[in-house]
Design a protein around this ligand. Structure first.
Ligand SMILES: [Zn+2]
Length: 363
């Protein structure tokens, strides 16, 4: 254990799972007294921590008491610069694990007391993308933390159809990786990998590391390219790409140079997945269509995930086929969000989690 509290999360939350005092519905007679401490983004570039009211669940909703919520680069983006899908004011947070403490009377698929992971999207089921099973591309997709309030709060209202039960024995702070892992599964699926394929992952942050671990389930030949020394050592990666071509490349870093480098290292017949978005000024770069033509290469995007990816992710985490507990660098309170965003921005940690029940001294 480390004196600064890092690395303690797994033990703390396994204890929490088994703590009977954590389990229990909200006494509706006390609703007026229960407050929901929440991070609220009222305008781009600033946020406040507010005590919000708890209300009864609307039709089809459950109320989740948030145990842990993950912070990712997308949160940094929406708070600092806004996002295509963001509607203000908003409580951010699309990576949530917690316990159901209330539900609408029509909901019978889950029970109060269930520990759940929340799939962040709600898809329409009717548009062309949904009819093809590409639910993450739904034209009417509504995302928690973007279109409706998310998990940077002590409680979050979510549609019952969005929750997946967390198997016993899977700690909250491991289960919360189901969201980024789902997005990584969606990216890995862009090519049917076999054991002879060489995979290159650009970036060894939390997502890049998850992508590398997923790829290693398919082939031993996985190389990680990462300029940041600490991250590179953790991933046994390379500073610059080795002198070889890759059958599949996934770029998991928001670097224009990384994309340029990755294109050069794509094998004939290879697939390059655009996983990380770029700043608007960096997103357009020259690409030789002739090179793609003569080499029969595929360049495709990967954005978000579907519910079925989350089912797979929970399974991979619960069976320990993908291990994540070593990726948690910081567990912070809601008041420390600014510090968490700085860690994400400067890449000085790995996965940053927020514990909305943690009382902090710097509030
Ligand atoms: Zn749809």
């Amino acid at each position: 254990m480390q004196p600064d509290g890092k690395g303690l999360c797994v033990f703390a939350y396994q204890a929490k799972i088994h703590n009977p005092f954590f389990i229990g519905r909200i006494d509706k007679r006390k609703w007026g007294r229960v407050k929901n401490r929440s991070v609220v983004v009222n305008s781009i570039g600033s946020f406040t921590v507010e005590e919000r009211e708890i209300r009864p669940c609307h039709a089809g909703e459950v109320l989740v008491k948030v145990a842990i919520t993950g912070l990712c680069r997308t949160d940094l983006k929406i708070i600092e610069h806004g996002h295509r899908d963001l509607v203000l004011p908003r409580v951010p947070g699309e990576e949530v694990v917690g316990e159901i403490v209330d539900k609408d009377r029509s909901v019978d698929v889950v029970s109060i007391g269930d520990v759940v992971y929340v799939y962040p999207g709600v898809w329409c089921g009717e548009c062309a993308a949904c009819r093809c099973g590409k639910f993450n591309l739904c034209r009417e997709m509504k995302i928690m933390g973007f279109h409706r309030d998310g998990g940077f709060a002590q409680y979050v209202y979510v549609p019952a159809q969005s929750v997946l039960k967390v198997p016993a024995g899977l700690a909250f702070c491991e289960a919360v990786f189901a969201e980024p892992l789902s997005c990584c599964i969606n990216a890995i699926e862009k090519k049917e990998l076999c054991s002879s394929d060489k995979v290159g992952i650009w970036g060894a942050g939390p997502a890049g590391t998850l992508l590398a671990r997923l790829a290693k389930c398919k082939t031993e030949q996985v190389a990680v390219i990462e300029p940041h020394a600490d991250r590179r050592m953790r991933a046994s990666g390379f500073c610059s790409p080795p002198d070889e071509k890759f059958d599949m490349i996934i770029v998991a870093t928001n670097s224009r140079d990384a994309y340029r480098e990755a294109f050069v290292n794509l094998a004939p017949g290879g697939t390059l997945v655009v996983f990380s978005g770029l700043a608007p000024g960096d997103a357009v770069q020259p690409l030789s269509l002739d090179h793609i033509h003569y080499n029969e290469q595929i360049v495709c995007g990967a954005y978000g995930c579907c519910y079925h990816h989350s089912v797979q992710a929970i399974e991979l985490l619960a069976t320990r086929k993908i291990v994540v507990d070593d990726l948690i660098s910081d567990t912070l309170s809601l008041w420390e969000l600014d510090a968490g965003l700085t860690i994400v921005k400067n890449k000085t940690g790995m996965k940053v989690l927020l514990d909305p029940w943690k009382v902090d001294t710097i509030k």
